[in-house]
Design a protein around this ligand. Sequence first.
Ligand SMILES: [Zn+2]
Length: 283
Amino acid sequence: MNGFGSLGLPAALRRDITGALASRFPQTVLFIGPDARTRPLAHTVAAALLCGEGGPCGSCISCRKVESGVHPDLIGIDEEGEIKIETARRVRSEALVLPNDGARKVFLIAHAERMNVPAQNALLKVLEEPPKYCFFLLCAEQPDRILETILSRCTRYQLPPDEEAPDESLLPLLVPYLRALAEGSELGLMRAAVGLEKLPRPQQRAWLSLLQTALRDAIFVADGLGAPLLPAVAGETRALAARLASRRLFALYELCGTLSARLELNAGAAALTCALTADAFGA
Ligand SMILES: [Zn+2]
């Protein structure tokens, strides 16, 4: 379980959400934006709401249950087609049952705009007077398809419309690095990183951002949370997810951020190569 730092949220939005979590989090929330971004965010918020340590801390029993998808108080609704009234009724009756493990129960409804009108009306009944222990996290790409009566009860968090399209022209330089990471080969990391020394600085930055995107894919797509942003290297990111602990993936993700900042401060290319080899190997 990773915290909010790995979600690439705009700083203001991150502040709003963590601030709300630290005080009184609204019981009905709508996350608006692309599914690949709203779902990991809603999942992290759910983990935070259920975490015994005010996290998500990643290590308590609750966080571990959320991470492995077996938390009895996190109920996910993720349906392929239209969401019908039966599903909304199931949410309603489930909401009346006290939480199993702790003090809270969280419903995460992906593609909330796929609820047809009867389903929305059925859900509305429980949103009007939710039991104190219930939290409803709705995700939608097209909130205009949700009834005003529901919208008016939601605290809305809007994510930026879309990720900047990654510059895929640098993928041939990224693939050997991803493979070396998965294989745990320091020599491979060095060989792949040396290739960057000849690149102009903006391209080095673009490469780092591409690496960060690949790591994000490894962190989230492995958990089935949204579509990969770099499908061209899906094989490599799957291998990373399989071989590296999520804690390490997260550390590498953070390292990319640190290195980008260092590049801004005019760090030399050799320092970059060195960090991408030794720091990444030890991360
Ligand atoms: Zn926890």
